[in-house]
Design a protein around this ligand. Structure first.
Ligand SMILES: CC(C)(COP(=O)(O)OP(=O)(O)OC[C@H]1O[C@@H](n2cnc3c(N)ncnc32)[C@H](O)[C@@H]1OP(=O)(O)O)[C@@H](O)C(=O)NCCC(=O)NCCS
Length: 170
């Protein structure tokens, strides 16, 4: 059975491996260089110290994927907007793990008083675009040629949900 829980130090090797697979083999993340364990550890600590979630999907003691959210942009006006990311290990894809992780990000963001949650997605990433659409996210217009990877320009799309429950102004 697939379960979700907050990530711990013991999950870092799996999180690192899933992250680096996406960096090396996909344009889901516009990074060119594999991360080190120290970088992933510092990222997780920073998220958790600030009260942001890092959640893993596990089956027994195998980590199938992870999700997290953090600040969208570093200015006060964005304090109630978070940007999430979701990565599922290749062998565990298309089993509903991404959908579970995304639903957990939505629940936590709403509970934390956020007004918006946004995924910043490569427009040609059909799996991610379909997952978000399927989970009730709206699309912004496509931002053309906003970055490069593997020698070609990539388009970007924001997919977001607003929480009406958290519409109050203060
Ligand atoms: C995008 C990703 C997280 C989806 O995770 P997943 O666990 O495979 O997705 P799920 O099995 O929960 O799929 C949920 C729905 O998303 C859509 N979907 C998922 N993968 C899809 C694909 N390859 N093609 C088309 N639709 C897809 C479908 O609507 C699917 O529902 P269905 O299986 O009932 O048809 C996963 O493919 C992944 O980690 N990719 C690499 C990293 C990445 O792109 N991350 C997102 C960065 S924004």
């Amino acid at each position: 059975m697939v379960e979700l829980r907050d990530a711990t130090e013991a999950d870092l090797p799996a999180i690192l491996s899933i992250t680096n697979d996406a960096i090396k083999n996909s344009d889901a993340i516009w990074a060119y260089t594999a991360q080190t364990m120290a970088q992933r550890r510092a990222w997780m600590k920073d998220r958790q110290d600030k009260g942001f979630p890092v959640v893993v999907a596990v089956e027994g003691d195998v980590v199938l994927g992870f999700a997290s959210y953090g600040p969208f942009r570093p200015y006060e006006g964005y304090n109630r907007t978070v940007e999430h990311s979701i990565y599922v290990a290749e062998l565990a894809r298309r089993r509903g793990v991404g959908r579970l992780l995304l639903a957990e990000m939505v629940i936590r963001a709403e509970r934390a008083g956020m007004h918006a949650i946004v995924g910043v997605i490569t427009a040609s990433n059909e799996a991610s675009v379909a997952l978000h659409r399927d989970s009730g996210f709206q699309s912004s217009s496509v931002l053309p040629e906003f970055g490069r990877k593997f020698g070609r320009w990539l388009d970007l799309v924001f997919m977001y949900r607003l929480f009406e429950t958290n519409s109050h102004e203060d």
